[in-house]
Design a protein around this ligand. Structure first.
Ligand SMILES: NC(=O)c1ccc[n+]([C@@H]2O[C@H](COP(=O)([O-])OP(=O)(O)OC[C@H]3O[C@@H](n4cnc5c(N)ncnc54)[C@H](O)[C@@H]3O)[C@@H](O)[C@H]2O)c1
Length: 246
């Protein structure tokens, strides 16, 4: 059985998580280009590739000539996630806590379990979509923040463990990115309209972006241009965390 199908089966069976595994060929959609691209010939598995940041990344990977042929894996991008509920910890139900842990964090355990041998063979790379809130915290979002803080620690631990196999492990940390998830988070706030303005204001480099800014950083971290980078927790945040501005 092809490795991709095996992975999908495993996820379906054990996790209920993942896999909008975006192993799609978008070349007809975005046009062919004869230039050598950063991910040429690499096989990338993206979880949560059906929407938002993951979809932007999947399109960018194909633009950079990542391919769809299973039988090998060069990169796993752990991106699937949910962010609800927007509550402090004592108001969070056990079911909500477990759901966040399972989708945002335990999914990385499963992708690693099942892709490890393939990544070892290819001297591949893992990219985790964490979040700035995992570094700086966030009000009324404790369970989600906990998953992203753990994702950051896990990235460093995996980087240390897998360097001996020449597998690099890095994370990107978005601040805000307009996606269905962020729209839902806004809707859960007391004053959704002012929150949208807040999100446009916090990024020092401009308005709250779309997923393309994350995709460009992700392409770099998956490519051989990042061949000496591992354990890196890369903010792709437009400087949102700098200074005291709210
Ligand atoms: N949007 C932001 O502002 C923001 C900021 C920081 C971090 N992030 C992180 O970026 C990642 C992507 O978020 P997004 O904003 O694009 O969200 P999104 O809701 O737009 O997309 C999330 C993707 O994950 C998939 N997914 C969710 N639950 C799943 C499950 N149980 N099984 C399989 N797939 C599942 C969805 O189908 C979707 O394709 C998440 O890990 C999120 O925590 C987002």
């Amino acid at each position: 059985m092809a490795l991709g199908s095996k992975l999908t089966r495993c996820f379906e069976r054990y996790l209920y998580v993942c896999v909008d595994m975006y192993a799609l060929n978008f070349s007809s959609l975005i046009g062919e280009n004869r230039m050598r691209r950063d991910l040429e010939g690499k096989v990338v598995v993206v979880t949560g590739g059906g929407d938002g940041i993951g979809r932007e990344c999947a399109v960018a990977y194909v633009r950079e000539k990542a391919t769809v042929k299973f039988g090998r894996i060069d990169a796993v991008h752990n991106n699937a996630g949910v962010s609800s509920p927007s509550k402090p910890l004592h108001e969070t139900t056990e079911e909500e806590w477990d759901n966040l842990q399972r989708i945002n964090l335990k999914s990385v355990y499963w992708t690693t379990r099942y892709a490890f041998e393939a990544l070892r063979a290819s001297k591949g790379t893992i990219l985790n979509t964490a979040s700035m809130v995992g570094l700086i915290g966030q009000q009324d979002h404790a369970a989600y923040v906990a998953t992203k803080g753990a994702m950051i620690s896990l990235t460093k631990a995996m980087a240390a463990d897998y360097a001996r196999y020449s597998i690099r492990v890095n994370a990107v940390c978005p601040a805000g990115v307009w996606t269905p998830m962020l729209e839902q988070w806004c809707a859960e706030q007391q004053d959704p309209a002012s929150i949208r303005k807040y999100l446009d204001d916090i990024h020092l480099l401009g308005d709250c972006p779309r997923g393309d800014v994350i995709a460009d950083a992700a392409v770099f971290l998956l490519s051989d241009k990042a061949r000496f980078i591992t354990g890196c927790i890369l903010p792709v945040s437009g400087g949102a965390e700098l200074g005291y501005r709210r």
